[in-house]
Design a protein around this ligand. Sequence first.
Ligand code: AGP
Length: 612
Amino acid sequence: MCGIVGAVAQRNVTPILVEGLRRLEYRGYDSAGVAVVDAGKKLHLTRAVGKVSQLAEALAAQPPQPGSGRIGIAHTRWATHGVPAERNSHPHVSRDVAVVHNGIIENHEELRAELTAAGFKFNSETDTEVAAHLIQHLIDQGQDLRTAVQNAIRRFHGAYALAVISATEPNHLLLARKGSPLCIGLGIGETFAASDATALLPVTNRFVYLDEGDLAEIRTDGYEIFDADGKTAQREVRISSQSADAADRGPYRHYMLKEIFEQPLALANTLEGRISEGHVLESFLGPKAGELLAKVERVQIAACGTSAHAGMVARYWIEEIARVPCAVDLASEFRYRDPVIEAGTLFITISQSGETADTLEALRHAKTKKIAASIVICNAPESSLVRESDIALMTHAGPERSVASTKAFTTQLMALALVTLLLARRRGLTAEKEKHYVKSLLSASAKVEQVLKQDDVLKKLAERLIHKQHALFLGRGTMFPVALEGALKLKEISYIHAEAYAAGELKHGPLALVDEHMPVIAVAPRDELLEKVKSNLQEVRARGGELIVFADQDAGFQNGPGVTVIGMPHADELIDPMIYTIPLQLLAYHVAVLKGTDVDQPRNLAKSVTVE
Ligand code: AGP
């Protein structure tokens, strides 16, 4: 949720920390802060409410003394305990010790009472401040920084990633991971740390990922890792293939728009190397894939938000095309409902970030049962879900910076279509049918390109929605999750209340909401449900609702009073969800721009949700 950056170097690390925070801003952004050790062995603390740019201004006004700042930690916060305010921003300081923290220390109240009794004064409402005071308390009792951190984390219940410095030991920075991601970046004569490797790409491409329960010490000349039992541990050094510039916005006004327009290329990238001569190659899932897939009797999908919508689309495909029973759960519900997970289950998680806490916990829970295999559909190669799944199917969408997920969704669909075809082949899908589906997947990029050309039409259409308070989205079959995704996009970036329903459900309740103030947006490709959708839409018109219909150009929908039809290219049913999502993304984007909201970083949200 929050973002952590740390560095130990022979130069002033403040600019590296601030740039790292900028790159992590997608994780949370209500306040930010930096602590470095200055030349007089004192902590130099700067914190600001708002975005990282506000912190940068505060630092420019009061920079650390020249020649100082060779060790430091920084944080961008997304409030969990305590309102967004400077006193609640990280780093939290207890005399010589500064701490940044991601996650939640669940027993913080008990520790707070204990430390208050020991004479420590609390200045914030956060759970993190107990970590700073407890570590200082243990140092006061004669422990060195590493021992104090080691003993402090033994007292914490909950999930955390911590980075700690002390002004009295300015040569090393301590890190601890339990439940929230943390990696070490290896430089030459300098070492870094961050919640996400993206933060450190300008300074290194060599990373070491901490495992659950690890404690690490980083210094200018290297690092040391200790496992949960305190024994020295070795973790693999990984070279990141991501480039520091891939995340730049280019000519686009917002990352979201850039990412929407990247979809034709991103979809092609998801397919690259995975199909050949009308055939899906199983080998791209790795050497164990054949053996693991052979055991699959059913599929269980778990994911959150947009990724869960991708899973809902996939359920239609997996049951209809592969004839394999498939269930989809919101990961946040799945992990708490004691689900029955039968032997032979292929457990699929879907996650752009690969770090969503609920999805990760759902996977960990499933792995305690006798599942056939776990697959993650993911866009972050070095993420926790990738490391903990049997098979990782990377979407290759490229970095997605906008909080509102766009290209991650359509590429997840593409990856799920590939998995569907692999499962279907094992259940007797004919080579001819497979060839037909592969051809349709290959045509998706061009069809999406065609829809993107309608950008101006959608911009105009957006003007009609900006004064609305509510909107309804309708779809049937695979278009129902597409409608859910359209509603999520509109609400998260434009703050217009939007709901989606399976069109057939309209008359079972939501129709009561329809009057001349309620825009109803329907996605209605020319599939076998078209006629049913048409009659649902009649029900809306009869109540004066304003209809916006995205329909196949040959579907026979006519513009008329209160009805606006946007013609969509004709495509195979399999790829319709990828195509019909595009205008809904563009519509939400333009409504948000016209309303003047913070499109890429909408209020109260974070790109990567690493807390429950
Ligand atoms: C949607 O636009 C959001 N970004 C959100 O719903 C997101 O899909 C969800 O938090 C899951 O994230 P993940 O794909 O990184 O696991």
